[in-house]
Design a protein around this ligand. Structure first.
Ligand code: HXC
Length: 257
């Protein structure tokens, strides 16, 4: 399997498992990521996802140049949405995703991390969009997500020059949340996932949806969206449980209902 998909309680772990090619995404990996992500999205027992790469060198070095790029060349010009839906594009996924960036995150690999909500980077990670060196641009969301996430001049530096940056620089410009030693990447990701699992899962999803959908709206429209989501949450069992638990001075037992 090119994607190793494991369920640990409420947490789903997706490992891109092609270490011999530095976890480059071939067509099979993209299909498997799609299938695993759809299962994660639709399984009510799963609340948070973690994406990482197998081996010590790479998170993912992007589209497989020998397999994926020829596939895209054949399909993209006539059927622009030929790629299966993934968190990078097309998948309506409001459950939170954490990128555990254990090493190189280049091209489509960085774009997978950008499609996550939280990014935990190894001290040894390097991040970049080298696509221009191949005569391409990032095509899994990089040209759109980077300038929305970091200052435009820094996005331009990455996108136009194609040179990777190290983890500390990525932290400095706000591209990753935290930098940790290599052996702490997955434990930190699990710890953060567990923290999110303490919260009401429907509220977490509504917060993500409000945040992401809201970024494409005017303030007025965004406030309306927020209001509609708040009204929906107030009708949930989780809201009743959360407030009761506070008043009764106990931990809430959220059910995602
Ligand atoms: C396929 C890849 C690969 C890739 C590395 N490999 N990157 N295979 N696709 N993207 C393979 C190499 O061919 C090699 O296999 C093995 O992984 C180890 O890589 P080396 O190059 O030998 O290692 P090293 O010298 O340490 O260099 C590491 C590297 C370099 C700097 C990461 O491999 C590199 O520049 N890779 C290309 C990264 C890139 O351009 N990514 C963007 C892809 S385009 P063998 O069999 O020879 O040992 C993209 C677009 C997404 O992501 C959007 C599409 C719409």
């Amino acid at each position: 399997m090119a994607i190793d998909y494991q369920k640990e309680g409420r947490i789903a772990i997706f490992t891109i498992n092609r270490p011999e090619a530095l976890n480059a995404m071939n067509v099979q990996a993209a299909r498997e990521l799609h299938q695993a992500m759809v299962d994660f999205r639709d399984d009510p027992e799963l609340w948070v996802g973690i994406i990482t790469g197998a081996g010590e060198r790479a998170f993912c070095v992007g589209a497989d140049i020998k397999d994926m790029l020829p596939f895209l060349k054949e399909h993209l010009q006539n059927r622009p949405w030929a790629m299966p839906d993934t968190p990078m594009r097309g998948l309506e996924l409001w459950k939170p995703l954490i990128a555990a960036i254990n090493g190189l995150a280049l091209g489509g690999g960085l774009e997978i991390a950008l499609a996550c909500d939280l990014r935990i980077a190894s001290e040894k990670a390097r991040l970049g969009t080298p696509e221009v060196m191949l005569g391409l641009i990032p095509g899994w969301g990089g040209t759109q997500r980077l300038p929305r996430m970091i200052p435009q001049c820094k996005a331009a530096e990455l996108l136009l020059m194609g040179k990777p940056i190290d983890a500390q620089e990525a932290y400095r410009i706000g591209l990753v949340n935290i930098v940790v030693p290599p052996e702490a990447v997955m434990p930190t990701a699990r710890e953060w996932a567990e923290t999110i699992c303490q919260a009401g899962p429907l509220a977490v999803r509504a917060a993500k949806e409000a945040m992401l959908r809201g970024s494409g709206l005017t303030l007025e429209e965004g406030l309306r969206l927020e209001n509609a989501l708040e009204a929906y949450l107030m009708g949930t069992e989780d809201f009743a449980e959360g407030t009761s638990a506070f008043i009764e001075k106990r931990k809430p037992n959220f059910k995602g209902k």
